[in-house]
Unconditional design. Structure first.
Lengths: 525, 139
């Protein structure tokens, strides 16, 4: 087992010791927070240099230093003599993910499609040009009808070109585990089509050296028409069919229960998975593993109930009844863990509010120290020479008074892994440049934003695993459940069809709105 | 009325017979009380009914010393029958007409009130006096 003191700056943490860490956290609530700020992660290698984001935002672990983590760690021991621990495994996987070269597999599909469409577009031109080149003198001259066909051919090719560029030549946003059925179908269709046209062309035109040029031009024009129709088919299958909503997907994150509902159309499971992930990055609040689970101290009380062991050889009814009664008595014993949980939550909430109040006041005050210098004020500056700063310097100038309050607040809400000092400064600079109020500056920190906010842009992409009991190219239907797994959490997606709506009409005559007073008369007799 | 009032269904209540002699007051005969309620009125505003869906005829005011007061009618009584005519499914105006017939000098009312029910319950009597009143039938 690695001893953490050997690697300065490298922090390992096994997920199993998380509960003991929480236990210690509760016990050492008031321990001074004089840590070096390095956070722990069991799936990332972090080299702590100031000014860099400390961790990949999706794989953070908690904040407290846990000196005795080794005592509750379990180790995966293989049968070989090279045994590596759990942390090593996850570290290796993370390394692989981070350092994967730009996958070529990502571009195979688009490149293939591009070649095929280029081939298809060039074919009509080839049909026209080849006879001219090869046996020009034998060809019958073709007058006005041909010219009309030339023009229409040119325009249709232009339309094909532009729409292909607009629709299909987009960088793909995801690689799917299996073939994308419709796309493959269409590519095969186009290929067969063009191939058969070439076949006929070769047999009927090239071989006998066909003289009727007009026929050849019409042949090329029919090919272009057919390509246009195939493109229409592609448009409908790939883009339009799934626009009308037909299913409601419920997406639940397994670690903290955040859930959202989305309406999608008829998609295959893998396409639906990509769709969900697109929305996951902007809708779901970022995954913060520090915010999970009840403290062990609250749960541990439940676990210390006493067990009843019967050591008789022939357990009679009497003894089982007796033991059952004892167990029932143990269960009825007063269990106050919910009380503790309630008070601890109330305490935590109070503390967060207090820190938040301090932070808001500090930031507001800090923002009053600077103001924007307008052009006309420059003239008055010779009288009172003020130091003119650019946004970066201004941000650094006002950061100092609010730094402490900010740090305390982030620690309390367990967000400090997501924001480094450098990132806060950059954000402050950004806000100052765009004339934002302190409240606008703080919105980033007061509530956990979507995962997109914390992403660093690297072209490597995110690795997700689609776990499904059905083949992933099958279409969505009712009752389907699949999940999208990342290393430490997963999204469970349930599919329900949208209800069929029977809309009826009811006509109300505007003159039919009439009212009377409610009667309550009293008559004396 | 302890049961929920369902219009059209027979009701079982404890009733009291009250006989009121009409008094000549100037030009016409008066009974000395006021009625409220009726099937054309708003039952939710009736302060005397237990079930706010009850659209029966209620006694809303009794003039002190008048014939009704003397006969034992109390405020808040629900009138079930007048001279044999059912009052549970009557409009307000019809009820007024039934009570103020010029040819009749005496009106015999069947009224019910909550205290009657309670009294019967508390008395531990095994055969409470009950009258079945079917709507719309002359007794």
């Amino acid at each position: 087992m690695d001893n953490e003191s050997q690697y300065s700056g490298y922090s390992y943490k096994s997920s199993h010791s998380r509960s003991s860490r929480k236990h210690r956290e509760r016990r050492d609530r008031h321990r001074s927070k004089s840590r070096d700020g390095s956070s722990r992660g069991d799936k990332s290698v972090t080299i702590h240099t100031p000014g860099e984001p400390l961790l990949d935002a999706e794989s953070t672990r908690g904040d407290d230093r846990d000196d005795n983590w080794g005592e509750t760690t379990t180790v995966v021991t293989g049968t070989s003599e090279h045994s590596i621990s759990n942390e090593d495994l996850t570290r290796l996987t993370k390394d692989l993910e981070e350092s994967t070269p730009l996958e070529c597999k990502r571009f195979v599909g688009p490149i293939l499609g591009g070649c095929l469409s280029f081939f298809a577009l060039v074919t009509p031109l080839a049909f026209l040009i080849l006879p001219q080149v090869l046996w020009r003198d034998v060809l019958e001259p073709c007058g006005t009808p041909c010219e009309g066909l030339y023009v229409s051919l040119a325009f249709k090719l232009l339309v094909l070109l532009i729409s292909s560029w607009a629709l299909f030549l987009r960088p793909p946003s995801a690689t799917l585990p299996r073939f994308f059925v419709f796309r493959c179908l269409l590519m095969v269709l186009v290929f067969l089509f063009v191939a058969s046209y070439w076949l006929f062309y070769g047999v009927r035109v090239l071989e006998p050296r066909e003289k009727d040029y007009r026929g050849i031009v019409e042949y090329a024009a029919s090919l272009v028409d057919a390509l246009l129709f195939i493109q229409y088919l592609a448009l409908v299958l790939l883009e339009v069919r799934h626009l009308q909503p037909a299913f409601c997907l419920k997406v639940v994150r397994s670690t903290d229960g955040t859930s959202k509902f989305y309406n999608v159309g008829h998609l295959s499971i893998q396409r639906a998975a990509v769709w969900v992930l697109d929305r996951y990055y902007s809708d779901f609040p970022v995954y913060n593993p520090a915010l999970l689970n009840l403290p062990k101290s609250i749960l541990s009380k439940k676990m210390t109930g006493f067990k009843v062991y019967s050591l008789d050889e022939n357990p009679t009814n009497n003894s089982t009844g007796q033991s059952r009664a004892m167990i029932a008595a143990a269960a009825r014993r007063r269990d106050n863990s919910h009380n503790e949980f309630y008070y601890e939550e109330a305490e935590m909430e109070r503390r967060v509010r207090k820190r938040k109040a301090r932070l808001v006041v500090a930031v507001e005050e800090a923002f009053t120290h600077i103001k924007r210098l307008h052009e006309e004020e420059v003239a008055s500056s010779p009288k009172h020479p003020r130091e003119v700063m650019d946004p970066r310097e201004a941000a650094q100038a006002i950061f100092a008074p609010m730094a402490r309050a900010m740090q305390k607040y982030l620690r309390t809400t367990r967000q400090q892994a997501f924001h480094s000092m450098e990132s806060i400064l950059t954000h402050l600079q950004f806000c100052i440049t765009h004339n934002m109020t302190p409240k606008a500056f703080l919105e980033r920190y007061l509530s956990p934003g979507p995962t997109m906010q914390y992403q660093q842009q690297n072209g490597r992409g995110r690795q997700w695993t689609l776990v499904s009991e059905e083949p992933v190219t099958s279409s969505l239907r009712q009752g389907l459940v699949f999940s999208l797994r990342r290393m430490d959490f997963s999204l469970v997606v349930t599919v329900t069809p949208l209800p069929f709506l029977r809309l009826q009409e009811e006509f109300i005559d505007p003159k039919s709105h009439k009212f009377v007073m409610r009667l309550q008369s009293e008559t004396s007799v | 009325m302890s049961q929920n009032f369902v219009p059209g269904q027979p009701v079982s209540v404890v009733t009291q017979r009250i006989e009121i002699q009409k008094l000549q007051h100037g030009d016409h005969l008066i009974l000395g009380f006021s009625i409220g309620g009726g099937i054309d009125q708003d039952p939710s505003q009736n302060p005397f009914s237990e079930d706010k869906a009850d659209k029966g005829i209620y006694v809303t005011r009794i003039s002190a010393g008048g014939p009704a007061d003397v006969a034992g009618l109390r405020m808040g009584d629900k009138i079930m029958q007048v001279n044999g005519w059912d009052m549970t499914m009557m409009t307000h105006d019809q009820a007024r007409k039934r009570l103020t017939k010029k040819k009749e000098n005496v009106v015999r009312l069947l009224v019910t009130r909550k205290s009657l029910e309670d009294a019967v319950k508390h008395s531990m009597c095994s055969y409470p006096k009950q009258i079945q009143a079917k709507p719309g039938f002359k007794d």
